[in-house]
Design a protein around this ligand. Structure first.
Ligand code: EPU
Length: 421
């Protein structure tokens, strides 16, 4: 029988001290495919050492790119020998961001055959807007048995998104960077990683303006040179650590982060009675008293991020009063709540709102992760709980959090990993 692992946590220890944030997952998974657009080698720094990155290294190599990868140090990609255009089912299923290979390959050579992506099961997650964007730029797009076949010379055009989509915005940016003419994306996403991808592309000589607003203009360039670029710190890891510090009534300085990216979470934590202070690249979170219940609704940036809804709802399980958490981005992002109910959380879901009645204490229990941020929520719950929590299927967590056990242990958490049959 295959060996599996589980995470074990003895809860109830306040997190204390300092922790350094890793490079951003959702930035890295866009920047790495973007190296295919370069006409010279690129070096990327500050990449998190996580499963999604390992999967992208394999995909780039399978396309023929030369990749020199030293986890925790740098990745050098020479895209010049990459002549492939196919990403098969097994590779594409390893991560959501495999869909960025469509935009990158279309932008590079006007042809992509990429199987539908995998990633967290948090809703139906269609990619119709991505495909509509590629079609606006001149691609002929066909869905052939679960493989997206897109082909055509990229010619700049206006792209209007029906809804704000992070993935769609990034994918069209990739397809447009080397297009003939100018592309204008209307109703673009404004997340920090959109801005970081624009900065990366511009460091290669691309002409991207307006990233961070809802209109992005991309003047296609025929040649993009090599670059050395460090990705921004992970906004969601920062937020998860802030929540964990508050949840354990600890006192933690989170270093190497960008406090401005955290404003929506910071505002909610302050409303709950958590003390949050920041300076240039650090945030200190501490809690001494009880937490108050709050209501929140997930929104696109700069609203409250859906990726922090799950860990935040873990924190709210022991706040005084009743919290209402409304998820507006994904239809199935509450699967962690059933698991937390095993730990004593009092929660029910009505339509897209979780109603969380604060209880005095969570209790350790066996629980199973269903997706990455559900895993983060269970980690937070386990750190808060009285007794031992066993978290099954921790591989979801490994897809997005670098060295999470080491980081938490260094702040006083009692957390370890076991192999099970
Ligand atoms: N949508 C469509 N059609 C499309 C694209 C999106 O209907 O063509 C819908 C989605 O179903 C969803 C909403 O639009 O209801 C927003 O989806 P979006 O495209 O913004 O999300 P995504 O690209 O699938 C990325 C992140 C997610 C993060 C969301 C929202 C990556 C690889 N994934 O997903 O990250 O939750 O943006 O910020 O960057 C995670 O890190 O745990 C994670 C799930």
């Amino acid at each position: 029988m295959a060996k599996k692992e589980r995470l074990m946590i003895t809860g109830g220890h306040a997190l204390e001290g300092e922790v350094r944030v890793s490079g951003g997952k959702n930035t890295a998974v866009a920047v790495i495919p973007a190296t295919l657009l370069a006409d010279e080698p690129c070096v990327i720094e500050n990449l998190p050492d996580i499963e999604d990155i390992h999967a992208l290294v394999d995909i780039l190599r399978s396309l023929g790119a030369e990749v020199d990868y030293a986890p925790d140090a740098f990745m050098r990609v020479d895209p010049r020998p990459a002549h492939g255009c196919q990403v098969g089912y097994r590779d594409a299923q390893r991560l959501r961001a495999s869909y960025y290979m469509i935009g990158a390959l279309l932008g590079r050579q006007g042809k992509a055959e990429v199987a539908f992506p995998g990633g967290c099961k948090i809703g139906s997650r269609p990619i119709d807007q991505h495909l509509k964007g590629f079609q606006s730029l001149g691609a002929v797009v066909r869905d052939q048995g679960g493989v997206i076949n897109a082909e055509g010379e990229m010619i700049g055009n206006d792209v209007f998104f029906d809804m704000v989509t992070v993935g769609g915005t990034i994918n069209v940016m990739l397809a447009a960077a080397k297009a003939r003419g100018t592309t204008i994306i209307y109703n673009a996403a404004k997340e920090p990683h959109i801005v970081d991808l624009a900065n990366f592309l511009n460091s290669m000589g691309a002409k991207v303006k307006g990233a961070g607003t809802d209109v992005i203009r991309i003047k296609g360039q025929s040649y993009l040179h090599g670059t050395t670029y460090a990705v921004i710190p992970d906004q969601i890891e920062t937020g998860t650590l802030m929540i964990a510090a508050a949840a354990t009534h600890g006192d933690v300085a989170i270093r190497g982060c960008i406090p401005q990216h955290m404003e929506a979470l910071t505002a909610k934590l302050l409303e709950m009675g958590v003390k949050v202070t920041d300076n240039d690249d650090a945030i200190r979170v501490r809690t001494t008293g009880a937490h108050r219940a709050v209501n929140l609704k997930t929104q696109v940036y700069p609203g409250f991020p859906t990726d922090l809804q799950q860990p935040m709802s873990a924190l709210l399980t022991t706040a005084h009063g009743t919290s209402m958490v409304t998820e507006t981005i994904f239809e199935q992002r509450f699967r962690h709540l059933d698991e937390m109910a095993r730990m004593g959380a009092r929660v029910r879901v009505v339509d897209r709102t979780a109603i969380i009645e604060g209880v005095p204490q969570l209790y350790g229990a066996p629980v199973t992760t269903t997706d990455l941020r559900a895993g983060a929520a269970l980690l937070v719950a386990g750190l808060m709980a009285n007794g031992i929590t066993e978290i099954y299927e921790p591989e979801h967590i490994d897809r997005g959090y670098e060295h999470i056990e080491e980081k938490l242990r260094a702040m006083g958490a009692e957390i370890w990993r076991e192999t099970i049959e």
